[in-house]
Unconditional design. Structure first.
Length: 250
């Protein structure tokens, strides 16, 4: 089990942000991985967060079990599986510095994309794009999810133009990423990351993860979220830049 107090000083807000994301503040959980990667390797950070995500998925899938688009999930999942495999091979075959650099770059691109959307930009596939485009975006989503648990933007670029109702969009997102997270389990097991120490660390963080999910549901109805989003995405850019610098300087 990790006992470093600096790790928990970063892990607690990271897990809270993941809970807020599952509770309704979509996207803010993308800062969780970069925060943990400041103290442990990106692969270990992702392996610690994965079981927590799976537990949180149970709540979201149950809530939206009748509101999801089966066709979208069926189109994107094969590509996502390929992307997850590619992310696993990257983590298994290249140096830790390269994975750290990839995480930093993904964090920066994710934050810039979300800020762009918030201020009126739009980067997405046409509404009538064929299924093969969905497979491609699924592959990109699987890859970024495997490396950084940040598969949201590629998923949204293909799904948002479909014009789903908010409940159906939330349900489709919940089911897609619940399946994705289970597909990542064999990859992290093959990387040897489900060690007793890591799982004990997960157990220590799990109560905070569950409580913060319910807190997110409560808060999303009561506070103006825009400034919160801007602060989170703004913080992701320097954190991502630091990870890239750390990758190339170490």
């Amino acid at each position: 089990m990790i006992t470093d107090p600096i790790f928990y000083a970063l892990a607690l807000p990271a897990v809270v942000l993941m809970g807020f994301a599952k509770g309704g503040f979509a996207g803010v959980g993308a800062l969780s991985m970069p925060l943990l990667a400041l103290t442990v390797s990106p692969v270990r950070a992702a392996a610690i967060l994965l079981p927590i995500l799976i537990v949180q998925d149970v709540v979201s899938v149950w809530a939206f079990r009748r509101e999801w688009d089966r066709r979208i999930v069926a189109v994107m999942l094969p590509g996502a599986a390929v992307g997850i495999l590619a992310g696993y091979l990257l983590a298994a075959q290249v140096s830790a510095a390269a994975v750290l650099g990839a995480l930093g770059a993904i964090s920066i691109v994710f934050a810039l994309h979300r800020l762009w959307l918030m201020y009126g930009g739009a980067v997405q596939a046409p509404a009538n794009s064929p299924p093969v485009v969905g497979v491609l975006f699924g592959a990109i989503s699987g890859f970024t999810s495997q490396i950084a648990h940040a598969g949201g933007p590629p998923f949204q670029m293909w799904v948002l133009p479909r014009g789903l109702s908010p409940p159906r969009l939330a349900g489709t997102t919940a089911v897609f990423f619940a399946v994705i997270n289970w597909l990542k389990v064999p990859a992290y097991a093959a990387l040897g990351q489900f060690t007793p120490g890591n799982l004990l660390t997960v157990a220590a963080l799990l109560p905070v993860a569950i409580a913060s999910t319910f807190a997110g549901v409560w808060l999303v109805k009561r506070i103006a979220a825009e400034r919160f989003y801007v602060a989170i995405y703004g913080l992701m850019i320097p954190v991502g830049a630091y990870l890239v610098w750390k990758a190339f300087s170490g």
